[in-house]
Design a protein around this ligand. Sequence first.
Ligand code: YSA
Length: 325
Amino acid sequence: MDLDALKKRAQEESSAIKNLSDLEKWRVKYLGRKSELSLFFDSFKNLSLEDRKNKGAQANKARIFLTSLYEQKKKSLESATTHFHFFDITRPGKKIPKGHLHPITLVLNDIIRSFEKLGFAVVLGPEIETEYYNFDALRIPRNHPARDMWDTFWLQKGLLLRTHTSPMQIRYMEKHEPPFRIIVPGKCFRFEATDSRHEFQFHQVEGLMVDDNISLANFKFIIEEVLKDIFKNQVTVRFRPSYFPFVSPGLEVDIKLKNKPRGQWLEVMGAGMVHPDLFDTVKYPKNMWQGFAFGLGVERIAMIKYGIDDIRFFFNPDIRFLEQF
Ligand code: YSA
């Protein structure tokens, strides 16, 4: 049998093939069980060992040649077919996963919106503060035991990472005359061990309202309105006396969800009536203004709102947690 002629013919025919079904016919013709080549192999039975070896080797080469011809052709037809047939421009594309806001940002936005409804303006302050604004101007001199309330990350040259947003009270009053009502959202930092309710980095919203006839009743009303707004009326609010050097009197606010009456109270803010010394420090005329101020913990609000019992989840970059919001 003329194997070279067979290969040549097979090659010519294969190059003319345009689709997979013709290729299949070609495969049956040249490589199938009844192909010329198979019949050729069958004919070896009656040959001598020597002849069988020789012809067998040639026939094998021819089979390898035809097989690789077949594989190549199949590949090229398939890739052409894929592009041609399976490209359906009406099919929806792959969805690109969308990012979303962090739960703390969501809650912060809610809080800001609620205060804005009551006429509060939003003001921002620096995260790196001086000792003067963070402590001294707030009546917390060096060596005063109250400094222990705010474990501090100290930087060089008397600078520090602000331990609360209260320094903005002084900064704002230095530049603005009452009446005004502002909130200051922002990050705070404390050099303290973390636990389920404390992080070394967290957010506060400072509030300051100064006018000529302000009392604790105004504070109580505004805070209750805002908390009711944030929690869609589902919250009970409790006011407790407390101490901060820059207010007199001072208080703290705890909240609890109405649908969990047996749940624990969670402290969400420190507050009070602005101490008259602060007005002196910023050179307001004596006895002219009163004001209240507060520092609200944003993570604590988020914990209650979303039923999260450990604050450390918020800054743990576990996508399974964050995807729920
Ligand atoms: C008090 C009187 C004012 O006239 C104005 C503001 C204040 C609040 C004061 N500056 C302050 O920082 N008080 S605080 O230490 O008690 O913190 C206020 C709130 O921040 C807390 O009620 C809590 O909700 C949150 N907070 C404090 N430390 C935290 C924290 N949240 C998470 N992790 C911490 N480590």
